[in-house]
Ligand binder design. Sequence first.
Ligand code: GLN
Length: 246
Amino acid sequence: MAHLFPDLLNLYGDGGNVRVLAQRLRWRGVPVEVRRVNHGESIDLAGVDLVFLGGGPDREQRLASSELMRMRDELRAYVEDGGVLLAICGGYQILGREWLLGDEVVEGLGIVDITTERAAGGSADRLIDNIVLRSPLATLPVVGYENHAGRTRLGTGVEAFGSVASTMGCGNNEADKADGVRYKNLVGTYLHGPLLAKNPEVADHLLARALERSAARSGIAAPALAPLDDSVETGANEALCKRFGA
Ligand code: GLN
């Protein structure tokens, strides 16, 4: 598993998602290695089956984006080959065609057909709220928190991560009632929280895809993910949905 630029992209505990993924494997006796790739470092994705990118303030997002641009071809090939990638907020925006640094439009990686535009009211006009989604990746509603200035629009060949199911929260933009993106085994979302601590079904979906790919490479069957006791998370999910009007 590769955690890309944790020193730059780690808002609202986004790095906790990596700890959740690793711990859910350890609880099941599945060995896992987490490589933290800091600013200025590089990684060969050949032996990687899960990549994580968090969110960051504009300046850090720009620094991370320059590093990621150098990895662009390798990252694109990884995603096209079915590599699992989870990106939150700033990391999610960078995957698209272009995104915003204040009022400046910055070229993105172009790995998925999404575009992040400026808000009508400028970069101080942020979408900040709790939010609940319905996603095909989970049977329970997906709960989280969003805080972003960019408004993201999906292009062709991609699906949303989920539809907005709460009275609060916007997701990608004010109009679409949807959040995030899904393309092959790539998931991008505005949900901080951290997402996977609150939504273990999403964590297990990503882990299952990563284990399948890793096993296929070695020509063996993927280990089944034994069920874990998620009753605390399930109880919290119910309480949060009620509070957020979902
Ligand atoms: N800087 C980006 C925005 O505000 C992303 C912020 C974040 O990752 N929370 O749109």
